[in-house]
Write a protein that binds this ligand. Structure first.
Ligand code: FNR
Length: 181
């Protein structure tokens, strides 16, 4: 079972990318995480899309299409998702055969603040529901006060958070199995 991991932060030392790597180490049996960095995408232009997807965008589209499931880990920027993440999703969202259709997806997020990305989580959920992705619903992995939960090397040190992440990944695995029928 191949899970494609997508971080919504380009920042070196990003808590969200650190959270994504922590999730990679907590994958359930039979599942593995491949991280796809969504850096270097041009801004969306429908004329360019119609002429042919730029190389990194085409690679992203193919990676999403081929994955059994997706794990988005995103910061919250001004109570929504970062523009570059929306831009990456927009690029590969046009029909025919847009790759989010029926794709099992889980979302997590980390923030220095106490509220821990709840608005970004729900905005991303709204976008992906529109694209007919199958979402892990219910419990949300919102890692607030991230500076207290990762060490200086970006290693997750909070055991309760690790347990919660592992449970969320099990929910994603279960959703993938159910979506396969
Ligand atoms: C933020 N941050 C932030 N945090 C939050 O909880 N809610 C928010 O609405 C915002 N808004 C926001 C806007 C912009 C432009 C920036 C740069 C930052 C703070 C943010 O959560 C914090 O910088 C995280 O550390 C960013 O995630 P990474 O880069 O560490 O993964």
């Amino acid at each position: 079972m191949n899970i494609l991991g997508i971080s919504g932060s380009l920042r070196h030392g990003s808590y969200n990318t650190a959270l994504l790597h922590a999730a990679g180490a907590l994958m359930p049996d039979g599942a593995n995480l491949e991280v796809f960095p969504i850096s270097g995408f041009p801004e969306y232009n429908d004329d360019v899309r119609a002429a042919g997807l730029p190389v990194p965008v085409a690679a992203f589209r193919e990676a999403v299409r081929a994955a059994d499931g997706l794990l988005f880990v995103t910061p919250e920027y001004n109570r929504s998702i970062p523009g570059m993440l929306k831009n990456a999703i927009d690029w590969i969202s046009r029909p025919p055969e847009q790759p989010f259709n029926n794709k099992p997806v889980a979302i997590m997020g980390a923030s220095r603040g106490k509220l821990g990305t709840i608005m970004a989580n729900h905005h991303l959920r709204q976008i992906l529901v529109y694209l007919n992705a199958q979402m892990v619903n219910g419990a949300e992995v919102l890692v607030g006060e991230a500076a207290l939960k990762f060490d200086a090397e970006g290693k997750l040190t909070d055991e309760a958070t690790a347990r919660f992440i592992a449970e969320h990944l099990l929910r994603l695995k279960d959703l993938i199995l159910r979506t396969r029928g």
